[in-house]
Design a binder for this molecule. Structure first.
Ligand code: ACO
Length: 311
């Protein structure tokens, strides 16, 4: 790579300029962005599945309409993100093939099961809450199309987070059984939500370079700490317990201290050994196959329009 081009690129990044698709960029920058944005896109699409399971069992029309809208939003996020990744030179088909072949990563969080209705609230509150914490700084990521996609994604995620919290608040006003369901969902989703931020900084192979290139604006551990600090008071307001006996406010640091994360579990889930990883991929492939007629119809329509325009 031409050292003068590289120096000019690094200067632009250091100056907080956006890099655009046709600009020169180092191959490693292109590669790591394609990696991160495509994993992010896959997470949005796979993330539709655990919630989709509950659409027919939503307890009221209002909750069903909210859940349906939220799942459609996630589909939209996946599409903006695939488009952003495509501007780097990999086609959507290639990315989706990699996902379906089990070669691409997506967030560990979506390999856990949704067992009761409170899980839908916990996903909104905790999972989307963690996603926002990670995505707000990505609005200032150095690659223009990714940063711009994040603006709308973050607005929609904040609605998702609030609907989840609202759902749990309502359940907490219900019967002892309903309150127990909320606590049970918290017990199962808390630690996996902390794992969403990725491995600790001293064991995160991509972080140093991504921070230097301003792809990531904050580290995994910094964002995880911010999430804990923001979420613990929300749990208190809700009236549930955070399942961590070591959780404690640290006056000196001005942050909560929290217990050790089970990184063995995290790496096992990353390797595809999550509790429902196989079901998720099976459902994803089935959705793809059963939707083939929609893609074919859209392509036929497009071809007909093009023929008409040419005539
Ligand atoms: N689930 C699955 N894989 C993960 C996770 C996770 N929670 N966290 C880290 N990893 C993987 C990384 O992808 C990387 O693998 P790779 O090198 O084969 O690609 C490896 O573990 C090491 O991690 P890092 O070096 O820390 O990787 P990176 O710098 O990419 O940081 C992070 C990981 C924080 C997830 C980053 O990629 C990111 O910010 N991505 C955008 C946000 C996102 O994808 N959110 C998806 C969930 S939110 C939602 O969809 C609702």
């Amino acid at each position: 790579e031409d050292p003068a081009l590289l120096a000019a690129f690094e200067a632009r990044v250091a100056n907080d300029e956006f890099i655009e698709p046709k600009d020169w960029m180092p191959e490693a920058y292109r590669r790591t962005l394609t990696r991160q944005i495509s994993q992010h896109a896959h997470s949005e699409i796979v993330g539709m599945l655990p919630e989709g399971n509950w659409l027919t069992r939503a307890p009221s029309l209002k909750r069903k309409a909210i859940l349906l809208a939220k799942i459609q939003d996630e589909g939209g996020h996946g599409l903006y993100l695939y488009c952003a990744a495509e501007t780097l030179g990999t086609s959507r088909e290639q990315m989706i093939e990699a996902l379906h072949a089990g070669k691409a990563k997506y967030s560990t969080i979506f390999n856990y099961p949704t067992l009761n209705w409170a899980d839908i609230g916990a996903i909104g509150w905790l999972v989307d809450g963690a996603a926002i914490m990670n995505q707000v700084p990505l609005q200032r990521t150095s690659y223009g199309p990714y940063a711009r996609a994040m603006v709308r994604v973050c607005k929609e995620e904040s609605f998702h987070q609030r609907q989840g919290y609202d759902l749990l608040l309502e359940m907490m006003k219900g019967t002892p059984e309903q309150r127990a369901m909320v606590q049970d969902a918290m017990n199962r989703w808390w630690w996996p939500s902390l794992m969403m931020f990725g491995p600790p900084d001293d064991n995160s192979p991509n972080s140093a370079q991504s921070i230097r290139w301003r792809i990531k604006r904050e580290t995994n551990d910094e964002l995880r700490q911010k999430f804990v600090d923001a979420t613990v008071p929300q749990a208190e307001l809700l009236g549930i317990t955070v399942p961590d006996p070591d959780l404690q406010w640290n006056e000196e640091r001005g942050h909560y201290d929290f217990g050790a994360i089970d990184w063995n579990e995290f790496y096992a889930v990353v390797r595809g050994e999550g509790p429902v990883a196989r079901e998720r991929m099976k459902a994803r492939r089935a959705a793809w196959d059963e939707g083939a007629w929609v893609r074919e119809a859209a392509a036929a329509w497009e071809a007909r329009q093009a023929a008409r325009r040419a005539a």
